[in-house]
Ligand binder design. Structure first.
Ligand code: MF3
Ligand code: CO
Ligand code: CO
Length: 275
């Protein structure tokens, strides 16, 4: 049984397994946090190139976040010490920024989560360093399509959570790509990771009903090869077991009376590479 909880004003919320249903002030807070997250990624589009280190990207993200009066929600989160995740090539997610420089042909996901006035904006996009191979660019394109098809599925009246994963998996399957199952989208708002778990490969018509006021992310991770992940000894970096390339895009969205609102849409229309 799914429990929903209507949130009013600045009521304290707990990670108690309930799905939160937000009102106007939640939408206001998430619009600002989501917009900032998207603007940070917009700024990175001209910066990401061969020779730039992921540590330099992290410094830039931290600077932009703090300058906007927000904090990176990842800093200090379960011991994570950085302002974003930078996941290169066969890294699925949670790549740790370092001294490592991007090389020509790399594809990299940059995932940012500013916490602004108590609300979390969580979004990621793929970036190209130089000119990736055709098969890498196709994976990136299809992964973006997977995210948007997931959002479309959520926007249908009477939709259930499983409809999102069903749409994503059906699309990925056409290209024989693997949909990662070990990591999910998630409810968010005043909490960074809350119920529900948004799985990216699911059966249509299953799972909780989507109700107006729900806030959650959709963040499909799609592999060129098999779907399976393993975590490196640093405790964070998730890579494909078969070392195949992996791509991801993420938006934070709300269910509304007549569809969805995307909080993290690029103000500059820089939705996917090439930028
Ligand atoms: N931003 C990631 C997400 O989409 C979470 C990163 S947690 C970290 O949920 F600690 F790895 F940064
Ligand atoms: Co997320
Ligand atoms: Co994220």
């Amino acid at each position: 049984m799914t429990e929903y909880q209507v949130i009013e004003g600045d009521q304290t919320v707990y990670r108690d397994g309930t799905i939160k249903l937000h009102g106007a002030d939640g939408f206001e807070g998430m619009r600002k946090a989501g917009r900032l997250a998207a603007e940070i990624l917009d700024e990175l589009t001209t910066f990401v190139k061969p020779g730039v280190t992921t540590g330099e990207i992290d410094d830039l993200v931290r600077g932009m976040t703090l300058d906007a009066g927000a904090v990176p929600a990842t800093m200090g989160y379960r011991g994570y010490a950085h302002s974003c995740c930078t996941s290169i090539n066969h890294v699925i997610c949670h790549g740790i920024p370092s001294e490592k420089a991007l090389k020509d042909g790399d594809i990299v996901n940059i995932d940012v989560t500013p916490l602004l006035d108590g609300w979390h904006g969580d979004t990621s996009r793929m970036f190209y360093a130089g000119e990736p191979a055709l098969k890498a660019k196709k994976l990136v394109d299809v992964t973006y399509q997977c995210l948007m098809l997931g959002i479309d599925a959520a926007a249908k009246p009477g939709a259930r959570l499983g409809d999102i994963g069903a749409a994503i998996e059906a699309h990925a399957r056409q290209f024989r790509y693997g949909v990662v199952q070990e990591f999910c989208g998630h409810g968010l708002g005043r909490l960074f990771h809350d119920a529900p778990e948004v799985i990216h490969a699911a059966r249509a018509g299953t799972g909780p009903e989507l109700k107006p006021g729900m806030f959650f992310t959709i963040e499909p991770m799609i592999n060129l090869g098999r779907p399976h992940a393993k975590i490196l000894r640093d405790g964070w970096t998730a890579v494909t077991r078969d070392k195949s390339l992996s791509a991801q895009f993420e938006h934070s969205i709300a269910i509304t009376e007549d569809g969805v609102e995307v909080f993290t849409e690029s103000p500059k229309g820089l939705h996917k590479p090439p930028y």
